[in-house]
Design a protein around this ligand. Structure first.
Ligand SMILES: [Fe+2]
Length: 467
């Protein structure tokens, strides 16, 4: 209604339109007062004396009243001309809206396609969808639901407009009660404009009035569904659904990529662990030494504020730090008594053997410095290269502290390990000579919070599917 009045006022304020109407009125020897739907006078065509008005003729836009033309019998022609002008103006605006919407759609797709390639997790995909789609469609929540074939439940990853940076993870049973399950089974997108009337279960974690749900499909395989929802009753249109469905295709491809990447990473980590385990299996007395060195190293890295990617390299380096011991003979590696000079010289080669093994494995190049130099000393008296201070790579300095602490506290059939406090005192004693003082300090700060029971799996995947 408000728009109708604006369109009518616009026509009556246009000089060319007014000239046409006044000339027509003069030719027909008629006149008309044009009013809006409230009866306010907007124009007087042909200078009608309102007292002489004989009839009122409606002015409409698409069947909705916009105002009236009041005049004598011939004023109906004026009304018809204005109605024609109103229809033309309305269609012009419609066309502008359509072009503008198409432009926004193209922009949305461009943004989405470009940015979704950077998503490394389903959480990222949910957040990206929410931040982009809400500029186009009224939406409060975006959630992705993934069928978990192992549990036969659904993993739900949701983000809310009120708190865009937070993603909530939950699970729900696959029992056929939600619209998402219906969509997963049918493979077709749906609009639910009033969820209370349609009787569906709302997605968990939020009040829902209306929603659209589209399947996440890879070729013909449905891997889940994506929902957008509003708290209030809304009027999602078929063009909204079309737009959302196209977005869902991109989201599906990206979700699948995240899954494949996660599978690949698990295979990679399993292989890395299998490599590390070959050493542990040769020397039973080190029981889980690799795991503890990894936990200590990561705790130090986190305390130092290392970024996620750097921590990942540190973790791999710690797991593989002694891989070069594969090249050390059993009679030396497992010798319970003191090593001879010649035997010790062979043992000291294990960091270089480690480097030689790892340098050949694609994807493990970044762990080489941490492995090769984990026996260097801050004062330059370590091996294999006698590096000192900041010539030693950070990961190597960290592993050195973690490795030494674990070696000191380890019980063996030949000697009882030190208690934690005594071992930490030893680290402090050699801080600044054997060890970088900053790393010892970080270890001491981190130590009370290290929970060795938090991970029973040495090769836990740092970045899960959702996070
Ligand atoms: Fe070592």
């Amino acid at each position: 209604m408000k728009n109708n009045r604006i369109i009518l006022k616009k026509i009556l304020s246009n000089k060319e339109s007014l000239d046409i109407l006044n000339n027509t009125a003069e030719g027909l020897n008629t006149s008309a007062v044009i009013t809006d739907i409230n009866g306010d006078i907007l124009a007087n065509i042909g200078n009608l004396d309102p007292e002489a008005a004989a009839g009122s003729f409606p002015l409409n836009i698409k069947g909705e009243k916009a105002g009236s033309a009041v005049g004598n019998k011939n004023a109906q022609v004026i009304a018809s001309m204005i109605n024609y002008m109103l229809a033309a103006e309305y269609n012009k605006r419609d066309l502008i809206d359509e072009v503008s919407n198409s432009y926004k759609e193209i922009n949305l797709f461009y943004d989405f396609t470009e940015k979704i390639l950077d998503c490394n997790s389903v959480s990222d995909i949910v957040l990206l969808t929410l931040s982009l789609i809400k500029s186009f469609i009224k939406v409060d929540t975006v959630s992705i639901m993934l069928k978990n074939d192992e549990t036969n439940w659904i993993d739900v990853i949701s983000a809310y407009d009120c708190d865009e940076k937070t993603v909530k993870n939950s699970i729900m049973p696959f029992n056929g009660e939600s619209i998402a399950e219906f969509v997963m089974l049918s493979g077709n997108a749906e609009i639910i404009n009033d969820i209370s009337i349609d009787g569906w279960t709302a997605p968990s974690g939020g009040k829902t009035g209306s929603m659209m749900c589209a399947p996440l499909k890879i070729k013909n395989r449905v891997i889940g569904a994506i929902n957008i929802a509003t708290e209030n009753i809304s009027e999602f249109t078929s063009s909204d659904l079309k737009l959302f469905t196209i977005l869902s295709h991109n989201a599906a491809v990206c979700v699948e990529n995240v899954r494949l990447y996660k599978d690949l990473k698990e295979i990679f980590m399993s292989t890395v662990y299998a490599l590390a385990e070959t050493i542990e299996m040769r020397d039973n007395y080190t029981g889980n030494h690799t795991k503890r060195v990894m936990e200590y190293s990561c705790a130090i890295g986190e305390t130092l504020g290392m970024e996620k990617d750097a921590l990942e390299v540190l973790r791999l380096s710690a797991i593989l730090h002694d891989i070069g011991k594969i090249g050390v003979r059993d009679d030396v590696l497992l010798k319970p008594s003191k090593l001879t000079n010649e035997e010790f010289a062979l043992m000291k080669k294990h960091p270089v053997f480690g480097e030689e093994i790892l340098r050949k494995i694609k994807g493990l190049e970044h762990v080489v410095p941490g492995v090769k130099h984990h026996h260097e000393r801050h004062d330059g008296r370590g091996y294999p290269d006698g590096l000192k201070e900041d010539e030693i790579e950070l990961n190597a300095k960290i592993i050195s502290v973690a490795d030494t602490f674990d070696a000191m506290t380890l019980d063996s059939p030949y000697r009882k390990g030190l208690d934690s406090k005594t071992a930490i005192d030893e680290l402090i004693k050699y801080s600044g000579t054997q060890f970088d003082a900053k790393i010892v300090d970080a270890f001491i700060r981190a130590f009370p919070y290290i929970d060795m029971h938090k991970s029973n799996n040495i090769f836990k995947i740092g970045d899960d599917l959702n996070g």
